[in-house]
Design a protein around this ligand. Sequence first.
Ligand SMILES: O=C(O)COP(=O)(O)O
Ligand SMILES: [Mg+2]
Length: 230
Amino acid sequence: MTTLRQAVVWDLDGTLIDSAADIAAALNALLSAHDLRGHDVARVRGMIGGGVAKLIERGFAAAGDPVSTLSASDLAPRFLEIYSAAPTVRTKLFPAAAETLRSLDEAGFCQAICTNKPEAVSCAILAQFDILRYFTAVVGGDTTAAKKPDPLPLRRALTLLGVGPEAAVMVGDSAVDVAMARALGMPVAAVTFGYGGCGPADLGADALVDHLDQVPGVLKTLAPASLQVQ
Ligand SMILES: O=C(O)COP(=O)(O)O
Ligand SMILES: [Mg+2]
């Protein structure tokens, strides 16, 4: 049996970490500084996944004060300052996240993160939960010139992993994850507990995952047998 390296590229928010409460707290602090009312966590969940500027744009629009894309980008550094000061107060790993990453690592898979969250705070959060060591690469929303759903960050992740798209599977929670993987012809699994916005079944993923401990089994069904790591 061949033992070619096989890779898993993970989304972060809504897939490995349940980060909505800390993101909501930072967004609400920013809204409050502009004399606007905040949103509850459930509402903010649906705003996550497009990167910081998109979150701000959605947050201000929902508070009744739409800001242009340009000023959402202007507000991004302040949001990031607030968020980066306390990114793991209420954030938790989803059940079995650490165990799944460890078992895939032990089975010989190489793993990367491809998130629209900025790279530095993503690495800080992964380190905080002691799972940074499982990733060969962390590609954030500010790492390349484009964000998901553009395939550029996924290409960067694969380059850093040293594999082609035929040897990798994407695991995410949103339409942007599915679209990005499709653009490179990569199989994609979607978690059903994430921040996807639409129903998981509507994402058009190749497989659905209700619990992260199902991921190793799902990888077997999605990856060509010739690439399976023994
Ligand atoms: O939108 C964000 O900031 C991050 O979201 P992601 O980790 O799901 O890409
Ligand atoms: Mg996500």
